[in-house]
Design a protein around this ligand. Structure first.
Ligand SMILES: Cc1cc2nc3c(=O)[nH]c(=O)nc-3n(C[C@H](O)[C@H](O)[C@H](O)COP(=O)(O)O)c2cc1C
Length: 169
């Protein structure tokens, strides 16, 4: 039977919420990924870097910026090899410097998206998707990329109804 899959990246640790630094146990994007799972029964696959990002926000910002400037493909802990058994793939991530965190490129570039339906979602601190939807369309060759869902990171716990409406679109 065909089913849904959520591929996502999310970082716990120190993060900004409306200008205030807070330490969080669960990343913002993960909260949304779990709502999607609740509404669709989707499987979850979390992309995790082999080397964890610093919990310190400012350090993390620097590491991520360098990776992006170098167009790096950081190693990931586990690689998802195939998505043939799924028809709808939700792809979720935080906006990092205007696009997806680089480990998402590492993972997504290894998958065959032809014939798939892709539904992107992002959490952010003001810049929405940035260029990530364009970048995703390049990576997910052959997929139909649907309208994305953009949620401010500080609002994820109020976004359940919004997520429900979007998954049913
Ligand atoms: C390295 C890094 C870069 C970020 N760059 C941006 C950015 O360019 N624009 C933006 O709106 N938010 C940016 N943010 C904020 C995150 O997108 C936002 O806090 C998101 O909800 C974090 O999701 P997570 O908890 O699932 O990792 C950045 C955060 C980090 C850690």
């Amino acid at each position: 039977m065909m089913s849904d899959l959520v591929i996502y990246f999310s970082r716990s640790g120190e993060n900004y919420f409306g200008g205030v630094l807070k330490n969080i146990e669960k990343g913002n994007t993960e909260v949304i990924a779990e709502y999607i799972q609740e509404f669709t029964g989707a499987d979850l696959f979390k992309v995790e870097p082999a080397t964890e990002y610093p919990a310190d926000y400012m350090e993390c910002i620097d590491v991520a910026k360098k990776e992006q400037q170098q167009d790096a493909r950081p190693e990931i802990k586990e690689t998802l090899e195939r998505i043939a058994d799924y028809d709808t793939i939700y792809i979720g991530f935080p906006n990092w410097w205007g696009t997806l965190p680089m480990p998402m490129f590492t993972q997504l570039e290894q998958l065959d998206f032809s014939g798939k339906t892709v539904k992107p979602f992002v959490t952010h601190e003001g810049s929405g998707f940035g260029s990530s939807q364009r970048d995703l369309k390049k990576i997910c060759q052959g997929a139909e990329v649907k309208k994305g869902l953009s949620i401010p990171g500080a609002n994820v716990y109020d976004a359940k109804d919004t997520v429900k409406a979007w998954v049913n679109e």
